[in-house]
Design a protein around this ligand. Structure first.
Ligand SMILES: [Zn+2]
Length: 432
């Protein structure tokens, strides 16, 4: 019995030893863990050490410049907040920036294509040292920090632009648009050129290969002589199959500008021959009859092959008499201009904003977009002109001009015209 008890005591002590060893192992593991945490804390604090920080900064300083700029151009859907949220800065600094912007009344509305420039000081905690927001082509608002201040102050800055008068001429080889782009003419000038000629020219059929054009327009240059904006067209001549179609810019009343031909007739007409912007349309050379055709026997309109989504304009002032489904014509719009004329626009992909029956529209207003709805083999605008209830060929349409300069107005126009002609020969002599 005693022996038995001894035996069990021995077994018990082994168990005690085992517990002791286990405790030792656990505690040593804990101590090791703690020193590890301790060490990493020490490393961290060392990194946080201001002197070491400076060394790191100096190292990065050698890799990256101290001052960097970030440019941004606002897009649809942006807000001042969303633009600032994209900056790699602290939340508190974001708030300061946003508040400074919101204080400015001129920045209440964020427009598309507004330019933002942020200047970073990468060595400072408050990173943005100044920023600029463009308010229009010539002006911007500068936000700067007076020394030692946290809040920004603002200053309006007017850019030093110079106006330049440009003369360009070329023979049209591929399309008007491509030929003009190849000359370095900015797209908005080409679009305006096409809009002005859209009253008298059918851009899909009237412009042939080897036709030519001349143009005088204004452009604005910045200090680096870079074109930053374009102004107005002063003169243009579109030579189609050896016929000159000239237009002169003329201010017939204070701040009222229009374009007139050499006889003082306004180029504006009741209806347009090309009711979409003709800039990008190219003539089907060789086959000038019809770019699409072949899907209807009773073709009584004019077709303009253009990419889906190209805006379609009301060819003249009038009242919408239909904006809906026209069977073979797909989505179509019908406009009554006066007692004589009506126009129809077919195969639209969608209607313009607010375009419905009974609405009054202005000439040039977007009434819909090119598509291929209804009986159509590809995206195009089918355009019809109805004269006294009869469909007529829009290409043969000869409408009187809106305004004809007479009397003193005509005399003044003749003077303005001579001045432009002199300017033109001066500009031509410079390039030759
Ligand atoms: Zn058609």
């Amino acid at each position: 019995m005693k022996k038995l008890r001894l035996n069990s005591l021995k077994e018990y002590s082994i168990f005690l030893w085992l517990v002791l060893i286990a405790l030792l192992l656990i505690s040593s593991a804990i101590i090791y863990q703690n020193t590890k945490v301790d060490q990493s804390l020490k490393i961290k604090s060392a990194i946080g050490n201001i002197y070491l920080k400076k060394i790191f900064k100096e190292i990065t300083n050698n890799l990256e410049p101290r001052y960097t700029t970030f440019n941004y151009v606002s897009k649809a859907g942006d807000t001042h907040q969303s633009i600032i949220n994209n900056l790699d800065i602290e939340e508190s600094e974001r708030k300061i920036l946003l508040n400074s912007i919101l204080r400015e009344k001129s920045l209440k509305v964020l427009r598309i294509n507004q330019k933002f420039t942020f200047k970073f000081d990468n060595l400072s905690d408050q990173k943005i040292i100044e920023f600029k927001i463009q308010t229009d082509k010539k002006n911007e608002l500068l936000f700067y920090k007076p020394l030692g201040k946290i809040d920004f102050m603002t200053k309006k800055v007017t850019k030093n632009f110079t106006k330049n008068i440009v003369y360009k001429e070329t023979v049209i080889t591929t399309s008007l648009y491509d030929s003009a782009i190849n000359l370095g003419i900015k797209p908005n000038i080409i679009i305006e050129f096409a809009r002005l000629y859209g009253f008298q020219v059918d851009f899909q059929r009237d412009v042939w290969k080897n036709d030519s054009f001349q143009i005088i327009y204004e452009e604005y240059l910045n200090e680096d002589k870079k074109v930053v904006d374009t102004g107005e067209i002063i003169f243009a001549n579109l030579n189609l199959q050896n016929n000159d179609l000239q237009l002169y810019k003329y201010e017939y009343e204070k701040d009222k500008i229009d374009y007139f031909d050499e006889n003082g007739k306004s180029i504006k007409k009741t209806l347009m021959k090309t009711p979409i912007n003709g800039a990008r349309l190219s003539s089907p050379y060789g086959n000038r009859k019809h770019p699409i055709l072949g899907y209807t026997k009773m073709h009584t309109g004019t077709d303009f092959a253009a990419p889906t989504g190209t805006p379609i304009m009301a060819s003249g002032d009038g009242k919408v008499t239909k904006a809906g489904w026209c069977g073979g014509g797909g989505n179509c719009v019908k406009i009554k201009h006066n007692n004589t004329y009506q126009t129809v626009y077919a195969h639209m992909s969608k209607f313009g904003r607010g375009i419905k029956k009974g609405v009054r529209v202005k000439q040039g207003q977007v009434i819909g977009y090119v598509g291929s709805t209804g009986l159509s083999t590809g995206p195009h605008l089918h355009y019809e002109v109805i004269e006294n209830g009869r469909k007529i060929n829009s290409q043969k349409l000869k409408l009187p001009s809106g305004k004809i300069l007479k009397g003193d107005e005509r005399k003044n126009f003749e003077v303005a015209k001579i001045k432009i002609d002199v300017l033109k020969s001066n500009l031509i002599s410079k390039i030759n």
